[in-house]
Design a protein around this ligand. Structure first.
Ligand SMILES: Nc1nc2c(ncn2[C@@H]2O[C@H](COP(=O)(O)OP(=O)(O)OP(=O)(O)O)[C@@H](O)[C@H]2O)c(=O)[nH]1
Ligand SMILES: [Mg+2]
Length: 357
């Protein structure tokens, strides 16, 4: 089992600008001294950890990052401008590896942490620095040094943001395939398939999340500690659960409401924290029923469970109504983030008032 997202990128720092060879030319000074300025330093490439990112999926759009070179020095002892740095945002928890040497360059573990991955070149000295008692008119200046360039591999241990619950055969794997790897938007993204029951859902740039199914819960996760413990770590930080239920079970004796309650009982037993999380009901396999009957059964189930949270009727296999759920999930996360920001701002304002008052 692998829960690793990865991307390989090329980072190239800017070369230093060259020093300048120049001599003062003024009206009444026929042979002015050297006045060539230094070249500017090249820009460097940094990675910075950003808690707003969850996956490395956006690196499929861009693989090469290069910083500006430094400007050459100029006459009248003017320095060249330094090249601008490039700062690449990556999720917190990203590990950075030098592809050529296989060495770990660093590990970005906290929001805002910065790591230099390609050092910009140094600007060359202008000829003003080469003046000496023996050479008053040096025709010599330093050239800028090259910026570093390297292939780096980013690795991120994925942790699920959304957990998918349900009996075997409810369609969890099918659902994950419908919204992640198999979705045209992410079809060319190879990492989603590392582990078939873990998917990266990309709604748009900078807005992606990880969805994972939670197997074993109904098979007694507490007993099978191996898988359970390993897996639970990955789903502990889920902030939302999607509870899948088969609306058209093959066996007529199976009661969907009873299946939903059985899973709730399992959660209560193994991981009450998860029971406290927001949970949306996803009624699957609508395609197996005539549309009206599917709708009737869904509404009847919602009534029977006295379901207060959002609910959806879908066909995972036909990808019907699955993407709108993902948009809602992303919106849910956006709102959580906005609320957290607002809370932080209010706390800061309160602290300010206490200090002033
Ligand atoms: N008709 C129909 N069949 C579906 C749908 N979703 C899943 N299935 C089928 O139901 C079966 C089980 O689907 P899975 O996605 O493997 O279910 P699961 O919940 O991952 O099952 P476990 O991994 O055993 O827990 C497969 O044969 C799927 O093709 C659906 O929307 N409509
Ligand atoms: Mg499955």
């Amino acid at each position: 089992m692998k829960f690793v997202d990865e991307a390989q990128i090329l980072v190239t720092a800017g070369n230093g600008g060259n020093g300048c060879i120049s001599f003062r030319r003024e009206k009444f000074i026929p042979l002015g001294g050297p006045d060539g300025g230094d070249g500017g330093d090249g820009g460097s490439v940094y990675l910075v950890a950003d808690e707003n990112l969850n996956t490395l999926i956006d690196f499929r759009h861009q693989r090469h990052f290069s910083a500006q070179r430094g400007q050459n020095g100029m006459g009248r002892q003017m320095f060249g401008k330094a090249g601008e740095d490039v700062v690449i945002r990556v999720p917190v928890g990203t590990e950075v590896i030098n592809v050529e040497t296989d060495e770990i360059i660093g590990d970005l573990t906290a929001h805002g942490e910065r790591l230099l991955v390609a050092q910009g070149g140094q600007g060359g000295k202008g000829n003003v620095h080469f003046k000496s008692s023996v050479n008053r008119a040096p025709r010599k200046a330093g050239t800028g040094t090259p910026g570093e360039a390297r292939e780096i591999r980013l690795e991120l241990k994925l942790l699920a943001d959304v957990g998918l619950l349900g009996f075997p055969n409810a369609g969890k794997s099918t659902f994950i395939r419908a919204v992640s790897a198999a979705t045209p938007k992410v079809a060319d993204y190879p990492f989603t398939t590392l582990y078939p029951n873990l998917g990266v859902v990309s709604v748009e740039m900078d807005r992606s999340f990880v969805i994972a199914d939670i197997p074993g819960l109904i098979e007694g996760a507490a007993d099978g500690a191996g898988l359970g413990a390993q897996f639970l770590r990955h789903v502990q930080r889920t902030r939302l659960l999607l509870h899948l239920v088969d609306l058209a079970p093959f066996d007529d004796g199976v009661d969907p409401a009873g299946q939903v309650r059985a899973i709730e009982a399992e959660l209560r037993k193994h991981d009450p924290d998860m029971l406290g999380k927001p949970r949306w009901l996803v009624m699957n396999k609508a395609d197996l029923l005539p549309p009206e009957e599917a709708q009737d059964r869904a509404e009847a189930l919602v009534r029977e469970l006295d379901w207060k949270e959002p609910w959806f009727l879908v066909s995972a296999i036909g990808r019907e109504n699955t993407w709108p759920i993902m948009l809602k999930v992303q919106q849910f996360f956006d709102e959580l983030k906005a609320a957290a920001l607002e809370e932080a701002a209010e706390a800061a304002a309160r602290a300010e008032m206490r200090r002033d008052g």
